[in-house]
Design a protein around this ligand. Sequence first.
Ligand SMILES: CC(C)(COP(=O)(O)OP(=O)(O)OC[C@H]1O[C@@H](n2cnc3c(N)ncnc32)[C@H](O)[C@@H]1OP(=O)(O)O)[C@@H](O)C(=O)NCCC(=O)NCCS
Length: 146
Amino acid sequence: MADVRIRPVNELDIEAICRIDERITGKYRPDVWEDRVVYFIRRDPDSSQVAEVDGKVVGFMLGEVRGGEFGMEEPTGWLEFFGVDPSARERGIGRGLTDALLAGFKKRGAHVARTMVRTQDAEIARFVAAMGFTPAPVSALEKRLA
Ligand SMILES: CC(C)(COP(=O)(O)OP(=O)(O)OC[C@H]1O[C@@H](n2cnc3c(N)ncnc32)[C@H](O)[C@@H]1OP(=O)(O)O)[C@@H](O)C(=O)NCCC(=O)NCCS
C-alpha cells in the first residue's frame, strides 16, 4: 500500500467523510457527521484516523478510549464508526485504519478494544473478525419506548 497515508482526523475532513458515508448508505448527512467528528475530536483528539490516497480522503475510522461501561472499569478502546470508499476497498485500508486505532488505544493505556456490530451486518462482522475481534462476554439488550 505504497500510496496510502493514515493520519489523525481533523474538522476539515468532515465533508470527505460525509461523501464516503453517502456512497455507502445513499444518504447525505452533513449534520450527523459534523456532530460525530467534532465529538470524537473533542473527547479523544488522537484516536480517530483517516486514510488518504494521493491526498484524497478515502477512508475513516472514529473511536475513543473510555472506561466504566458494563461495570468494566478498565480503559477500553472503542471502534465506533468506520467506512472505506467503495472504489478503494480490498487494498488493506480498513486494516491499516484499524491497526492505527488499536496502536493508539494501547499507547493511551487500553488493554482491550471493543466494538458493536448489528446482527444483520454480516459483512462488517466478517471484517471485524478478520481484524481479530471475538465475541465478548456481554449481552446487548434493548427496550422500545412507547
Ligand atoms: C468493512 C470495510 C471498512 C473494509 O474496508 P477495506 O479497506 O476493504 O478492508 P481491507 O482491505 O483492509 O480488508 C481487511 C480484511 O477484512 C476482510 N474484509 C473486508 N471487507 C470485507 C467484506 N465486505 N466481507 C468480508 N470480509 C471483508 C478482508 O478479507 C480482509 O481480510 P484479510 O486481510 O485477512 O484478507 C469496508 O468494506 C466498508 O467501509 N464497509 C461499509 C462499512 C459501513 O457500512 N460502515 C457503517 C457502519 S459504522
